[in-house]
Ligand binder design. Structure first.
Ligand code: AHR
Length: 326
């Protein structure tokens, strides 16, 4: 019996020594095992782009790679997304990643994350909040994307009259704000350009089709559609085709799109989309790299714009499309 008690005491002492030797969890870090990441996504199935983005995050932050990624889908509801992030703070996740539905409304919850010692990585979109409240941002240059589109528009139409309708993304998102801003500035700078209509279609094909159908009935001079993502460009094209109006190519209504997902690059090759500006959705590996840097005590760049290009109906090839990842 005495021997048994001694053995139990010895085992207890060894266990407590081992516990002392285990590295302690630091604020926002992991315990050397699985890293729990809360990912606040806008709306996981909203568009082809958003689906590719969600998959990229799931693949990079997978269980095999040592992560437990908790996906919160805000269904493009800004208030719900802020609550989702507060939920991650309450769950004491190791990192929070946010693809922000709206630029505004982040100060309080970001401060709460900071006070809880949880690093916040902004992905895809920017927010209107002090840089001190988040660790870093990696994403797209939305205004630059818009400028690529308007530069193409200028070269395509030259001095001819351009009558534009603008299907906007969800209002208040940095993707919409940047792309719309580039268009408005270019319209102001070109006397031969007129912005006939501007309305959000919330990134949706069906909504874009409905709005475009109405615009076609109201205006007989539309010769350019500036659709702020592939899905909305698709909706506009369907409406134009159903109205018997020539689309794309050298002489049809010029279609400008953003995202450059594979299916829509095929439409670019077919001449239906004239200019498709890339928006890169593959943020997962970069986010994983940032988390590993933070785990190693390194400081990632405060902001990083991903590389993006543009594709045009008269220069794109099947080889270019086949070589792309999404
Ligand atoms: O923030 C990227 C934009 O958001 C994409 O253009 C759009 O398809 C998505 O919802």
């Amino acid at each position: 019996m005495k021997k048994l008690v001694t053995a139990v005491l010895l085992a207890a002492m060894l266990l407590s020594l081992a516990a002392c030797a285990t590295p302690q969890t630091t604020d926002g870090g992991s315990d050397g095992g699985t890293i729990t990441v809360g990912f606040a996504q806008c709306k996981a199935d909203e568009s082809d782009w958003r689906k590719a983005n969600t998959i990229s995050m799931q693949e990079a932050l997978s269980a095999e790679n040592g992560y437990n990624m908790i996906l919160a889908d805000a269904n493009n509801d800004a208030a719900k997304q802020v609550a989702d992030v507060q939920g991650f703070i309450d769950q004491e996740v190791d990192y929070i990643v946010i693809a922000a539905v709206n630029m505004d409304g982040w100060d309080t919850v970001l401060k709460n994350a900071q006070d809880a010692g949880i690093p916040v990585i902004l992905v895809d979109r920017t927010v209107n909040a002090s840089e001190d409240l988040y660790t870093c941002w990696v994403g797209s240059g939305f205004k630059e994307e818009g400028v690529k589109a308007t530069d193409w528009l200028a070269s395509h139409f030259g001095d001819a009259e351009v009558n534009i309708v603008n299907l906007q993304g969800q209002l208040g998102s940095s993707a919409q704000v940047g792309r719309s801003e580039a268009l408005v500035e270019a319209v102001e700078a070109n006397d031969n350009w007129t912005l006939l209509e501007q309305q959000t279609a919330d990134w949706s094909t069906d909504t874009a089709k409905e709005i475009m159908t109405t615009w076609i009935q109201q205006h007989d001079n539309i010769n350019c559609v500036y659709a702020e993502n592939d899905n909305m460009a698709d909706g506009a094209i369907q409406a134009l085709q159903e109205a018997g109006i020539e689309v794309g190519g050298d002489n049809g209504v010029a279609i400008i799109s953003f995202d450059a997902n594979r299916a829509y690059l095929e439409m670019t090759l077919a001449g239906l989309i004239n200019c498709n500006v890339e928006c890169n959705p593959l943020h997962g590996p970069k986010v994983a790299e940032i988390i590993q840097m933070l785990e190693n005590g390194e400081q990632p760049a405060k902001s990083e714009v991903v590389e993006e290009s543009a594709f045009f109906y008269n220069t794109i090839t099947q080889e270019i499309i086949d070589a792309r990842a999404y």
